[in-house]
Design a protein around this ligand. Structure first.
Ligand code: PAF
Length: 281
């Protein structure tokens, strides 16, 4: 497995792969990899001859008040996991090699990024879209794999690919849960034992909402939201949002919606967790 730190060296490698007719699959990550990421690399392995995993804690998607400095990192372990799952290259740049100090171009989205996580993290998706665009230009992927765990991110990235004509197929991997059903996340390591137990209320509310929305559809929306808010608040969590949206355009669902996204963000201790489910109607 090759390891690249310099963007231009990675781009040269990707160009050579393309010239020799190889299909490139990209898995963008911020590292501290877990079974959720491993499942995305497995999907990439099935779809590409070259599997490039990027490991980059992207500073531009963190607000100054957020956890950029304490975001967990374990590069050695990440490389082991990538190799064990068949990645052919890891790209781990330094921020100063990704961003010129006088940079002035952003990729921004103006509608889908204003709801759900975008309300409390107003600059987040601009940072995500900018770095993902850069990663697409550096790795020239045929396929890029993202997790459904970051549902809003995945929907916005699909919109960017459509609107800016990136020649890449976006594939989504399922949200992976730990044995206690808490959604896998690098940020789970911030939780104390007690917070972790109480955080189960999030996945419990997701399961309850999933069952109810499957059987009753859009008319159950306010009931599932109230139920989730109660469960999470009773467990001591501070709810950022609990919402049901049309999974296609993130608008309020209507009787014409074909798929719903039930999405939750809540804080336990100092850790903000997200979880969700997609419900086909
Ligand atoms: O989902 C993530 O880990 C990040 O937002 C991504 C897509 C790697 C961009 O930094």
């Amino acid at each position: 497995m090759k390891i690249f730190h310099q963007p231009k060296e990675l781009q040269e490698y990707a160009l050579n792969c393309k010239r020799s007719g190889k299909r490139i699959a990209l898995v963008p990550t911020m590292g501290f990899l877990h079974a959720g990421h491993a499942s995305l690399i497995d999907i990439a392995r099935e779809r590409g001859d070259e599997v490039i995993v990027s490991i980059f804690v992207n500073p531009t998607q963190f607000a100054p008040t957020e956890d950029l400095d304490k975001y967990p990192r374990d590069f050695e372990n990440d490389c082991k996991l990538c190799e064990a799952h068949g990645a052919t290259a890891v790209f781990a740049p330094q921020p100063e090699d990704m961003y010129a100090s006088d940079r002035s171009i952003w990729v921004d989205e103006t509608v889908l990024s204003k709801v759900l996580c975008g309300k409390s993290r107003p600059i987040h998706f601009r940072g995500v879209l900018t770095v993902v665009s850069k990663l697409f230009n550096l790795t020239l992927p045929d396929v890029a794999v993202f997790g459904k765990k970051d549902a809003q991110q995945a929907i916005i990235i699909k919109r960017m690919v459509r609107d800016l004509d990136f020649p890449v197929e976006i594939v989504l991997g399922d949200l992976i849960r730990d044995t206690d059903n808490v959604a896998m996340s690098s940020r789970n390591r911030y939780l104390t034992e007690d917070e972790r137990v109480r955080a189960r209320s999030i996945s419990q509310s997701v399961f309850a909402a999933e069952a109810k929305l499957k059987s009753e559809g859009v008319k159950a929306v306010s009931e599932v939201i109230d139920d989730a808010v109660k469960r999470i608040s009773n467990a001591g969590g501070v709810v950022d949002y609990v919402e049901v949206r049309d999974a296609d355009n993130l608008e309020e669902p209507t009787s014409n919606s074909k798929e719903l996204l039930f999405a939750v963000a809540a804080v336990f201790g100092t850790t903000r967790l997200i979880d969700n489910c997609f419900v086909k109607l």
